[in-house]
Ligand binder design. Structure first.
Ligand SMILES: NC(=O)c1ccc[n+]([C@@H]2O[C@H](COP(=O)([O-])OP(=O)(O)OC[C@H]3O[C@@H](n4cnc5c(N)ncnc54)[C@H](O)[C@@H]3O)[C@@H](O)[C@H]2O)c1
Ligand SMILES: N[C@H](C(=O)O)[C@H](O)COP(=O)(O)O
Length: 353
């Protein structure tokens, strides 16, 4: 069966609807998945120009995900008072934020209920999505809470380039306090597991960046490297893991050092995401590792400044869809094979590092 991929449409003032529309104009996408867009197709897509060389894009509007048709473009209604919802390119409002929230919540519920196999989220504005019943700084934090995961990891992926971040959507001034050995270890464990289980890298090699200039210069310029990063890396190395660092962050990407590793773990959002987006903005994908479900997203935001001009590049959204399909298929294959493989001897189960 083709993976059923739920798609939340993001802020209606942003470029989410446009990149979704452009992606699915190509009918070959239906060979990879059954797309299920959360929102009203007529509201979302009717204003976009048709491609004269292609069949017009038509979505089957259904009330519930239980009614979607495999191998077709589906849209599930999720907006209360549908008639009031409209596209407002470049003009975010309470209504555009509420529509984004409802789309995300409906898709997440159906994913949890097993009516979908994976989720691709189009960009929200974090500020404009806040509500009394939605106080999350991003999709990552919402989905981590919604799926009951203790921790997750923001992992940006573009082919072999993989960059994750320990602390995510928090103010820069809070980073040092948040950076504990426990958190770093938890994030590294998620990264190790994801590289092995999601990306098929049996013995992943991971680099961790330093926090301070020149990775602290042996304590002269900061102490987090010696107090937090090195002990965790040593602990994992003693268990046989290929975890290295802390590397001075300034020259790490510029010199191509990242190419020697399967993934790089940065310590804070912009430390990892600036180099990642510099190297791979157009095709980058944001994957939430460590969840019981598959969720990906393009690596760009709402881009209000170009919304409604039909200028948005859909490559990153398309890559997010491909990666979601790939990860879903991989997990499905694993689940089918697992019962056929003899398990470890009972004494090995739950062995600690
Ligand atoms: N996945 C997400 O939900 C997500 C990701 C990043 C940012 N955001 C949110 O988006 C909002 C705007 O963020 P920002 O301005 O920092 O980043 P942005 O990615 O929206 O825009 C940065 C620049 O890139 C351009 N751009 C972005 N996507 C493009 C595309 N597909 N094609 C062509 N040009 C594109 C924009 O026009 C702008 O010049 C913020 O509220 C932020 O929180 C959401
Ligand atoms: N940090 C992400 C980025 O800059 O690409 C983005 O804000 C999206 O985060 P969520 O997936 O948590 O919404």
């Amino acid at each position: 069966m083709l993976p059923r991929i739920g798609i939340s449409v993001g802020d209606l003032a942003g470029i989410g609807p446009e990149v979704i529309y452009k992606t699915f104009l190509d009918p070959r996408l239906l060979k990879f998945c059954t797309p299920v867009v959360y929102g009203t197709a007529a509201v979302l897509f009717d204003d976009f120009p048709a491609d004269p060389d292609l069949e017009p894009l038509r979505f089957r509007q259904v009330r519930e995900a239980a009614d979607i048709a495999p191998g077709k473009h589906n849209a599930v209604s999720c907006w209360e008072g549908d008639d009031d919802v409209q596209l407002t390119p470049g003009q975010p409002s309470a209504a555009s934020g509420a529509a984004a929230r409802q789309s995300l919540l409906a898709a997440a519920r159906d994913l949890k209920a097993g009516l979908l196999d994976g989720l691709v989220t189009a960009p929200i504005s974090k500020e404009n999505t806040q509500a009394d019943d939605f106080r999350f700084p991003g999709h990552t934090e919402f989905l981590t809470s919604f799926f009951g995961a203790k921790e997750s990891l923001m992992l940006l992926v573009a082919d072999e380039l993989r960059v994750a971040t320990v602390t995510g959507h928090i103010p820069l001034k809070d980073v040092p306090a948040r950076l504990t050995k426990e958190l770093l270890l938890a994030k590294l464990r998620i990264l190790l597991a994801s590289l092995k289980n999601d990306f098929g890298i049996e013995k992943p090699k991971i680099a961790v960046l330093g926090l301070n200039p020149h990775a602290g210069e042996n304590g002269l310029l900061g102490t987090e490297e010696a107090a937090v990063v090195s002990p965790v890396l040593q602990q994992l190395q003693q268990s046989g893991h290929l975890t290295y660092g802390p590397y001075p962050a300034d020259g790490y990407f510029g010199t191509g050092q990242y190419q020697q590793f399967d993934a790089t773990l940065s310590l804070y959002h912009d430390q990892g995401l600036i180099p990642f987006k510099t190297l791979a903005f157009e095709r980058g994908v944001n994957y939430t590792a460590g969840l019981p479900v598959v969720r990906t997203s393009p690596d760009h935001g709402t881009a209000y400044g170009i919304a409604g001009q039909f200028k948005a590049d859909e490559t990153s959204f398309r890559e997010a869809l491909y990666l979601a399909c790939e990860l879903v298929r991989y997990r499905q294959a694993e689940a089918e094979i697992k019962p056929l493989i003899p398990g470890p001897a009972p004494r090995d189960r739950g062995r600690r590092e």
